[in-house]
Design a protein around this ligand. Structure first.
Ligand code: ZN
Ligand code: ZN
Ligand code: ZN
Ligand code: ZN
Length: 584
């Protein structure tokens, strides 16, 4: 059909937003009405349901169990929580919680009633071996505090990682080993303190480097060895100069980090990181085609818009992520895939076709408003129907959702076509990834109607303050694993500071192998520091800043682009042609 661009007012923030003709075509294809929330409000609403790394201790509610477990579901929420083995076991039947659809009540209230009664899985942690503290993770082995993770081994304190080994403190890292404190890096070995790098080995403090080995404190390099602070040295000079730094010393590393940050600012910035990408906008895209306003995509993603953290054979997806893989026709969903076709408003739905408004369902088809359903067909609110009954009921329910919508405390109206209301989410705003990508302070969060979790600064009996730790790793022995270390920030920062932390034996051994000093900040503060190194998931229309002489321009380059560098930022941002001319 021929649609025209339309401007609408967001129900939630009251700002104008635009629906483009191609958007209408997509909504037509999946048969949902156009959104009533603007893009940012839709993304935030979805992320207020996504808790990757806030873990809590609570009781296991499985019959006969009374042990404490670790869960991403807060203990104060009135939910039934089973440990993973009990949840996957056959001692209970998800279908026994099924209910007839009540046409006098809003759909979302009925879904909430089901959610309040049915057992939930303590952690989203599938096929884990010795990895009890990993959440939203598949196939983790001997790992600790990893989230948004796929096939990680002996990896600690990392978020959004695929196939990593013997590493710690990573954020958006793929296929790497023996790495530490890296952000948006891939295919690397023994790379530390680096940002936006690919295929680098035995290197430290690199920004935007590809294929480098034995480099230190460098930016914008391609296939180099023995470079230090962007200066080419001989092998002997490099080894000699490197040996002058005590890389196990905390103060030395802090000073190097500051120097590196200044060097990064002075380096060239490509308007968008794109590898093998066609006709796409966004940032950190690899192997993407026709993707618009997308972030952190890898490994074949096509015809996708307004989505982030998506990998492996994804097609026709809008407003989705984090965590979509191997799926087609996805809308307003996260953690969904592994052979899905048509998933709308779903999370943790795998190997399932035609699912809407469903959570933690597996190997099924034709689900509407289901929770925990496995290997079933034609189910509504966990009640099974014949194909004919189901096909008759679904249009009636969608019609009823338009006529009897859910209205939240702020007066936002939720008809068919809206994601779940934030006020039904079991999480406080700052437990979720909404805080990672759209950070608010407590006052602002409460003003916008969100719940907030206060820091508990007195929860831990600190046995040593971070500032009293020995300077160098060489001065520390395994006794340190018995201490409770007070975070340098003492909970006074705006980060998700847990105020104290411990060093596990595995962690201590990894630090020794890597030759790095002990951290002085808790995991929450370290994660937030890494988040600050990435650009926001937002695009601005800008012009190339190059005024050098290049083949395609004299005087100022006039190429325009969409970039995640806001116009008021200090970095020098180049278009692809100018960047290529200077860097390669
Ligand atoms: Zn809005
Ligand atoms: Zn902290
Ligand atoms: Zn240019
Ligand atoms: Zn130029």
């Amino acid at each position: 059909m021929d649609y025209k661009e339309e401007t609408k007012v967001c129900q939630n923030c009251k700002n104008d937003f635009i629906i483009e003709p191609e958007d209408f075509n997509f909504y037509e294809k999946i048969k949902v009405p156009p959104p009533t929330f603007c893009l940012e409000c839709r993304t935030v609403r979805r992320l207020t349901w996504r808790n990757e790394m806030s873990l809590f201790r609570r009781k296991c509610d499985a019959p006969g169990h009374d042990e404490t477990l670790i869960s991403f579901l807060p203990p104060e929420e009135n939910l039934v929580v089973y440990d993973s083995r009990a949840w996957w076991g056959d001692s209970w039947d998800p279908m026994s919680y099924g209910k007839e659809y009540d046409f006098s009540k809003s759909f979302f209230e009925q879904w909430r009633d089901l959610s309040a009664k049915i057992p939930h899985q303590a952690l989203s942690n599938a096929n884990a071996v010795n990895s009890d503290y990993c959440n939203v993770a598949e196939g983790s082995k001997d790992s600790y505090m990893c989230s948004g993770a796929w096939k990680v081994e002996k990896t600690l304190y990392s978020n959004r990682i695929l196939v990593t080994k013997d590493s710690a403190d990573l954020y958006i890292v793929f296929h790497s080993e023996l790495c530490y404190e890296d952000v948006i890096c891939s295919d690397s070995y023994h790379l530390l303190y680096s940002l936006n790098c690919k295929s680098c080995v035995d290197s430290y403090f690199l920004y935007d480097c590809v294929g480098c080995t034995d480099c230190f404190g460098c930016t914008n390099l391609r296939s180099k060895s023995y470079c230090m602070w962007n200066e080419q040295l001989s092998r002997e000079e490099y080894i000699e100069k490197l040996s002058q730094y005590n890389l196990k010393d905390y103060k030395t590393i802090s000073e190097l980090k500051n120097k590196f940050r200044e060097l990064c600012l002075e380096s060239l910035h490509r308007f968008s990181i794109q590898t093998k990408t066609v006709n796409s906008t966004g940032d950190n895209l690899e192997n993407a085609k026709n993707c618009k306003n997308c972030f952190d995509l890898t490994d074949k993603v096509e015809d996708t818009k307004n989505s982030h953290w998506i990998a492996v054979n994804v097609k026709d997806t809008y407003d989705s992520g984090p965590g979509i893989g191997d799926a087609e026709l996805v809308y307003e969903s996260f953690d969904t895939g592994v052979g899905n076709y048509r998933s709308l408003f779903t999370s943790v739905v795998y190997g399932t076709n035609d699912a809407e408004y469903s959570f933690n369902c597996h190997g099924s088809s034709n689900l509407f408003g289901c929770i925990g359903v496995r290997n079933k067909k034609y189910c509504i609110l966990n009640k099974e129907y014949s194909k004919e009954e189901y096909e008759k009921l679904i249009p009636q329910i969608k019609k009823q959702m338009m006529e009897v919508p859910y209205v939240d405390k702020r007066g936002n109206v939720y008809k068919y076509g809206e994601f779940f209301p934030t006020e039904m989410s079991p999480f406080c705003y700052n437990d979720t990834q909404a805080q990672d990508y759209f950070p608010l302070d407590k006052e602002e969060a409460l003003k916008r109607g969100y719940r907030w979790r206060d820091k508990h600064t007195n929860d831990y009996a600190v046995t040593i303050k971070a500032q009293d730790l020995p300077g160098s790793l060489d001065e520390v022995d395994e006794q340190i694993t018995h201490e409770i270390i007070g975070c340098l920030h003492e909970g006074k920062c705006a980060d998700r500071c847990s105020t104290a932390f411990r060093i596990t034996v595995e962690e201590f051994n990894l630090y020794k192998r890597l030759g790095v000093p002990l951290p002085r900040l808790c995991f929450g503060c370290r994660h937030d520091a890494r988040l600050k190194l990435r650009n926001p998931m937002k695009l601005w229309h800008r012009q190339c800043m190059c005024d050098k002489k290049h083949a395609h321009h004299e005087g100022k380059c006039e190429v325009e682009f969409e970039t995640s560098y806001a116009p008021d930022r200090p970095e020098v941002v180049y278009c692809e042609k100018c960047y290529q001319a200077e860097v390669y």
